[in-house]
Design a protein around this ligand. Structure first.
Ligand SMILES: N[C@@H](CCC(=O)N[C@@H](CS)C(=O)NCC(=O)O)C(=O)O
Length: 219
């Protein structure tokens, strides 16, 4: 089995796929490209919407959409599983993964915000979504005793909140003790540490600074 992942290391959707592959200890080749830059012709053929991640599998198909790729990997590599066995529980994990994914939009806008008013408006949107997630969050991982797809979706959000916190932004998790504990756990989990190894954080901050986000200007 050999996989080629085309991605961008600062994309949260790409990170979902990388975390899943790391969690299952699967080897893969990574091809890094910035989807906002000039793109090679082959990529336009591979990715119908011009987005990353895409993943080419051994049978030659090129898969796209992060959760479709995550579920493909799960189907072929069941151990350790990141979905429950019971169909209703699995459906709920997919649903909560969808809710968790709704944090990405306001977080992106918050990081790009040029004024503190915009930052606060997006923080308020995230706060309301976090309150919904806190009410359903489990005590060990979000949904079960081991990492599941909901955690895979939450981890890229927590990574970015942690960077924002280190730059002095408001700590959104203080009112949400279960999510705070989950963030602490995930940010020290090997599959997640692997995707932010080396100078990932410094590069991420430099990128956001170049994009003009007010929260990054003194970094
Ligand atoms: N729904 C897609 C979203 C992927 C996505 O939006 N990727 C961004 C980078 S973080 C992208 O490739 N953007 C390029 C574009 O929209 O042209 C998924 O889950 O894979």
């Amino acid at each position: 089995m050999s996989y080629q992942v085309v991605g961008y290391p600062f994309c949260p959707y790409v990170q979902r796929v990388l975390i899943t592959l790391n969690e299952k200890a699967i080897d893969f080749e990574s091809i890094w490209l910035d989807p906002h830059a000039d793109l090679p012709e082959w990529f336009q053929e591979w990715s119908p919407l011009g987005k990353v991640p895409v993943m080419k599998v051994t049978t030659g198909e090129v898969l796209f959409e992060s959760m479709a790729i995550v579920e493909y990997v799960e189907e072929l590599h069941k151990v350790p599983s990141i979905y429950a066995k019971l169909p209703a529980k699995r459906a709920l994990q997919r649903a909560w993964a969808g809710v968790a994914g709704e944090l990405y939009g306001p977080q992106h806008l918050c990081m790009r915000a040029k004024s503190m008013e915009e930052v606060e408006a997006q923080m308020a949107v995230m706060y309301d979504k976090l309150a919904i997630l806190e009410a359903r969050c489990g005590r060990t991982y979000f949904s079960g005793e081991s990492m599941t797809a909901v955690d895979v979706v939450l981890a890229p959000f927590f990574i970015r909140q942690d960077v924002l916190l280190s730059l002095g932004a408001e700590d959104l998790l203080t009112d949400f003790p279960k999510l705070q504990a989950l963030s602490n756990k995930l940010l020290t989990h090997h599959a997640i540490l692997q995707i932010i190894a080396g100078d990932w954080t410094a590069q991420f901050i430099a990128l956001q600074k170049a994009n003009g986000g007010i929260l990054f200007q003194d970094a």
